[in-house]
Design a protein around this ligand. Structure first.
Ligand SMILES: Cc1cc2nc3c(=O)[nH]c(=O)nc-3n(C[C@H](O)[C@H](O)[C@H](O)COP(=O)(O)O)c2cc1C
Length: 189
């Protein structure tokens, strides 16, 4: 079977961001599954003029990524009890490429809740995009202590937690891929 392509979407462009360390860890753990191909998709590397999903507001490289993807793992920091605008802008730039594909979440915050409120806000939004949410979330509380200044993980137990989230996402990605390929729907391509 060919590999599942499941990119990790980083949630912020903030210069001093810590959640990027969590996104890199999630991708690193994802690539240990032999049936998965993954990479970090950094909103900093793309250009989304304006708002919405009109052709002039897309970035062709992100379009290609979402077309190819069999699922997504979003790693978001929590900003004012929600997720950052840059993540929303990136997600909003596409429409049909998400339909009937799974999405897993990890949250990161400097406080003790690890971005749970950002994840809860995301669930309603991704549902409208046609994505199917997993329920094995990951939290990275006190993210500034969980990783050192070079992004090295300080608590190895987190690798196992991330593995669990990937396991459910991979199961969903396989099942939904089979479904998209074998069960016609007016929604998915
Ligand atoms: C605009 C802004 C709003 C924030 N709001 C929250 C919040 O509501 N709850 C929280 O736990 N942390 C909040 N934080 C702190 C983040 O949790 C902290 O920056 C953490 O390192 C994760 O975000 P980062 O990837 O930008 O570093 C906020 C940070 C910013 C920049």
């Amino acid at each position: 079977m060919s590999k599942l392509y499941i990119p990790v979407l980083a949630g912020t462009t903030r210069e001093q961001r810590k959640s990027i360390f969590a996104a890199r860890l999630v991708a690193e753990v994802g690539s240990t599954f032999e049936d998965v191909e993954t990479e970090v998709i950094d909103p900093k590397d793309f250009n989304f003029p304006g708002d919405g999903n009109d052709p002039e507001g897309k970035d062709a490289r992100y379009t290609a990524i979402t077309e190819k993807a069999h699922g997504f793992f979003i790693v978001t920091p929590e900003y004012n009890h929600s997720f950052p605008g840059s993540l929303k802008r990136m997600l909003d730039s596409e429409l049909k490429n998400y339909i009937h594909k799974p999405v897993a979440f990890a949250g990161a915050s400097s406080g003790q809740w690890g971005g749970v409120r950002a994840i809860e806000q995301l669930v309603g939004s991704v549902r409208e995009m046609g994505l199917v949410a997993t329920f094995t979330d990951m939290q990275f509380p006190k993210v500034q202590e969980l990783f050192d200044e070079n992004g090295v993980l300080q608590n190895e137990a987190y690798r196992e937690y991330v593995k669990g989230a990937w396991a459910e996402l991979i199961w969903m990605a396989k099942v939904l891929k089979t479904g998209r390929e074998n069960e016609p729907s007016k929604h998915h391509q």
